[in-house]
Design a protein around this ligand. Structure first.
Ligand code: ATP
Length: 427
């Protein structure tokens, strides 16, 4: 039986993945857990999310399905942050004999939950139409993520990575995390690029340890179970209550939709779109850098590199009108929040300078207003200034925000196949 769960936590504590860790331990009393649990990241623009819009799914081989259902529901009731206004848990069960019948509908629902905006009614209708055992609490929004996680578990045909999550003992939740920073850096040095986003080297930040009062101690992301387990084993920390390796769609760019026309872009969706810079980047209050691009039809959209993207903004500030780029990111309030940028063509940048004397090769001086330029020493003259091509200071290629500013779903460059990006083609 597949179990999908979502929306049990609040900003003040808990984490749906912790509930998953507890269930993986306790459900062994009723059967055998098969395969890895899933940690699925859904549409990152959803305003109801607590942090990273995650949901989880577990697969259990059991001959006591009702006991499993009862236990899961009682654990949601005891662990979910029901008092929080924004916590609306949902759980969906897909019994073994319903899996073939529901597979394609649930997979489609999962794909939509990652890229689109779904209603609570759509989830309630799906549960009703498919006649699946489920339980929702309060407004039942969690059913959306719960269904999506079931859809992902029913189909293995999606790009994936792994995350090892270590959980804290309950008695220390909300206190400072005791974890040796040097060992984290060592784990990163030894396992990168097979693991990523453990630290942000450029900004000297530890990325794998959260700051919120939830039960997570640290999370190591990587390309195989062995890689994340090896890296986690190198980290020295306070005692751990549980550790779980998840299969996940993190770091896959699954949220991005390819579009050609800006007119097809909708709020709360994420895109890959090619365009030409139409407005030079400006830095606004707060340190955010904004510029715009136009598409093949001449429609425009603003693009932003927000302050947390740190040095990525240095590159963005170098863009000029006429540069041809591909931007990757989510759209909200009519602005595309850049996760990655591909520079395809650099427009020529010129600077006006005084002409050079053909004899001594030094720059001529102005001969007076409207009287051209001259070299006093060699007695040579020229009528006007010359236009010089300036080095742009960066090359065509694919660039990303630093790990500390990366969205869970964004594919890091260490995972990108450059062939897919067509980055060396010019317009
Ligand atoms: P955590 O990371 O700790 O699990 P969270 O960031 O996942 O927390 P939730 O508390 O789960 O946030 O809240 C997200 C809510 O949004 C859930 O109820 C989920 O069902 C719902 N949701 C997820 N994807 C979509 C979507 N595409 N459209 C509409 N609602 C969605």
């Amino acid at each position: 039986m597949i179990i999908g769960i979502d929306d049990t936590d609040s900003k003040n504590g808990m984490c749906t993945t912790y509930l998953c860790a507890v269930l993986l331990d306790e459900l062994q009393a009723y059967g055998t857990i098969t395969g890895l649990p899933l940690l699925m990241r859904l549409n990152p623009t959803i305003p109801y999310k607590t942090r990273g819009n995650a949901s989880i799914a577990i697969n259990i081989n059991t001959d006591q399905p009702q006991k499993v259902i009862d236990h899961v529901i009682s654990r949601i009731e005891s662990l979910a942050q029901m008092n929080s206004e924004t916590t609306n848990p949902g759980v969906v069960f897909v019994p073994d004999n319903d899996q073939k019948r529901t597979r394609s509908a649930l997979y489609e629902y999962f794909r939509l939950a990652v890229t689109d905006v779904l209603s609570i009614d759509s989830a309630k209708k799906m549960v009703f139409d498919l006649d699946l055992p489920s339980k929702s609490f309060k407004n039942g929004r969690g059913l959306i993520g719960a269904l999506a996680a079931c859809g992902a578990l029913l189909n293995s045909n999606w790009d994936h990575t792994y995350e090892y999550i270590a959980y804290r003992k309950q008695n220390v939740w909300g206190t400072l995390r005791l974890i040796d920073k040097t060992s984290i850096h060592k784990a990163d040095m030894e396992t990168y690029p097979h693991t990523w986003d453990t630290v942000d080297r450029a900004n000297d930040l530890v990325v794998c340890v959260p700051h919120s009062p939830d039960p997570v101690l640290f999370g190591i992301r990587g390309r195989s179970v062995e890689d994340v387990t090896h890296a986690a084993g190198l980290i020295e920390s306070e005692p751990i209550e549980y550790s779980v390796v998840y299969k996940t769609n993190q770091g896959t760019d699954m949220h991005l939709i390819h579009v050609i026309n800006i007119s097809d872009i909708k709020e709360m969706h994420s895109y890959i779109i090619e365009g030409t810079v139409s407005r030079t980047p400006v830095t606004i209050r707060g340190g955010h850098v904004i510029f715009s691009i136009y598409d093949v039809k001449g429609d425009e959209i603003d693009c932003a590199a927000y302050e947390p993207t740190k040095d990525f903004r240095i590159l963005v500030r170098k863009l000029i009108v006429g540069d041809r780029i591909v931007v990757y990111g989510s759209v909200s309030t009519n602005t595309l929040n850049i996760e990655k940028i591909q520079i395809k063509y650099l427009a020529a940048k010129t600077e006006t300078q005084n002409p050079v004397c053909p004899l001594c090769k030094k720059r001529m001086k102005s001969a007076g207003s409207g009287q051209g330029y001259r070299c006093k020493k060699c007695r040579t003259t020229a009528d006007s200034t010359v236009s010089i091509k300036v080095d742009r200071g960066f090359n065509i290629g694919l660039y990303e925000v630093p790990p500390s500013a990366r969205r869970h779903l964004a594919k890091p460059l260490v995972r990108v196949d450059m062939q897919d990006c067509d980055i060396f083609s010019s317009r």
